[in-house]
Design a binder for this molecule. Structure first.
Ligand SMILES: Cc1cc2nc3c(=O)[nH]c(=O)nc-3n(C[C@H](O)[C@H](O)[C@H](O)COP(=O)(O)O)c2cc1C
Length: 197
């Protein structure tokens, strides 16, 4: 049996519209306590996993990282950057990895399938990232979607438990900002939208 679900609210939600129109990522390094409680995080994860996914493959997995696990990996990443003689910025960006009270690492984990290309499965992982941001916002937290160099380096991704064939879609850092974020320029719709009818 298929469960039925409510239709979208018949009454337009001005508050939801306003929130979506003004939503903004946080500077990751400025995210501080409080972050979501365990109970809130469970609901945020449920919302994140409620994401369109062609073929019901769930081609992604989520790793919840508190401050300790991130600090440990950041130390190893720092050593890796030093061994590789990476530019100083590679060390500096590690502050974005460690600052927030809680982080959800979204790993794209494509499932072999004749009908659903890997590209679509990876897009779905990106959608999970965005849903997690919206969910964190819905519980009153700010969030930031970060990748940085360690998301694209095999030795680095292995430190986060990323397996062969998987890729990091993003680190979704969640917490609270002391200052509201600044707006940033938004695309001119005329430049990106084509209306055919
Ligand atoms: C896939 C993806 C990867 C990103 N990686 C980084 C990153 O490595 N470093 C960074 O400072 N910001 C990163 N960002 C955040 C963007 O630079 C920027 O803050 C964000 O897109 C702002 O969007 P908003 O104002 O609509 O919230 C990333 C964003 C996305 C979507």
């Amino acid at each position: 049996m298929t469960d039925t679900l409510p239709l979208p609210l018949p009454v337009v939600s001005a508050e939801l519209q306003s929130r979506l129109r003004t939503r903004r990522s946080a500077p990751a390094q400025a995210l501080a306590a409080p972050g979501p409680s365990d109970a809130e995080l469970t609901q945020i994860l449920e919302i994140g996993a409620r994401t369109p996914d062609h073929g019901k493959l769930s081609p992604w997995r989520l790793v919840v990282m508190g401050p300790r696990s991130r600090a440990e990996v950041a130390e190893q990443l720092s050593g890796l950057a030093e061994r590789r003689s990476l530019p100083p910025k590679a060390q500096a960006v590690l502050a974005k990895l460690t600052a927030a009270p809680i982080t959800v690492l979204v790993i794209s984990s494509p499932v072999p399938n004749d009908k659903v290309p890997v590209w679509e499965q990876e897009l779905s992982a990106g959608a999970v990232c965005m849903n997690l941001e919206h969910a964190a916002n819905a519980f009153g937290y700010s969030a930031s979607w970060i990748t940085d160099w360690y998301s694209f380096d095999t030795e680095a991704t292995a430190l986060f438990g990323v397996r062969p064939g998987e890729r990091i879609a993003g680190f979704i850092h969640m917490g609270t900002l002391a200052q509201p974020p600044l707006e940033r320029p938004r695309p001119d719709l005329a430049a990106i939208v084509t209306r055919l009818d």
